[in-house]
Design a protein around this ligand. Structure first.
Ligand SMILES: [Zn+2]
Length: 259
């Protein structure tokens, strides 16, 4: 017997639209737009089932070995697509395409979870001045002399679970900014040692929370920590990434590659 399609509510539509950031995740076309000469917005998306709602015989054949999700109509199994991509996805159904869409959706769900978590965790005001300090730093200051900085710490910590590009970014940030951030934090510590310790604990706690949510994805852990710092402080994501790199180098808990 065919499974009935759910009518999604306005709020559910808002979630499905919002997670795409307004563009079809497959072709990047805007999915809510104003037609020329029109005052109102046109809805340019349809809600597509990732795992088919009622697989056709051909789809069923392709789906052998792919178990259905616990709830076929759940928000976790649907995604907003433009009508063209939706039709193509259903008509030329391929398991690889379904897996690709699944991966995109899992990314959306992870982002939403991280945003909800970010709202729960506060951050010390000291971080604001550290980030402002990072933004103000001149890029032409010479790198730290190797004798004063042990890059192998970063390499050891990032041994596993992180992409080479992400490692490269962290290593570069650590080499260029480590000593200057450390010195700035020392000055702040002289003022209020406890505040700095609280700040470090907050960042460590958030790091652990992200590690719990993404045990196998160190790139995601790093980026979600940086996004949290940026969104809580209203400071640039670039500066937040530099600061997160500092903590990777500096903190015991940022044991990124531990086995
Ligand atoms: Zn599309």
């Amino acid at each position: 017997m065919a499974t009935k399609r759910t009518e999604y509510t306005d709020n559910q539509n808002s979630i499905l639209y919002g997670e795409t950031s307004g563009c079809c995740p497959l072709c990047a076309q805007p999915i809510l737009f104003r037609k020329k000469g029109s005052k109102s917005l046109t809805k340019g998306y349809e809600i597509a089932h990732i795992y088919p709602l009622n697989p056709t015989p051909t789809q069923s054949k392709a789906l052998v070995g792919s178990p259905p999700p616990p709830e076929i109509n759940a928000l976790e199994n649907v995604i907003a697509l433009c009508p063209t991509c939706h039709t193509k996805f259903d008509k030329d159904f391929k398991v690889e395409e379904m897996d690709r869409l699944r991966k995109i959706k899992d990314g959306f769900l992870a982002e939403a979870r991280a945003r909800a978590t970010a709202a729960q965790y506060t951050i010390q005001e000291e971080v604001y001045t550290i980030l402002d300090n990072i933004v103000a730093l001149e890029g032409d200051v010479p790198e730290i002399p190797p004798a004063r900085f042990d890059i192998s710490t970063v390499d050891n910590k990032l041994r596993t679970g992180m992409s080479p590009l992400q490692k490269h970014e962290i290593r570069l940030n650590a080499v260029i900014f480590y000593v200057r951030i450390r010195d700035h934090i020392r000055v702040l510590e002289e003022n209020d040692q406890l505040a700095i310790r609280i700040m470090q604990n907050q960042i460590n706690t958030y790091y652990l929370e992200m590690q719990k949510q993404h045990p196998d994805n160190k790139d995601a852990v790093f980026n979600f920590v940086a996004q949290w710092i940026s969104s809580r402080t209203g400071r640039s994501l670039l500066a937040a990434k530099v600061l997160t790199s500092f903590f990777v180098q500096n903190c015991e808990v940022f044991d990124v590659g531990a086995e």
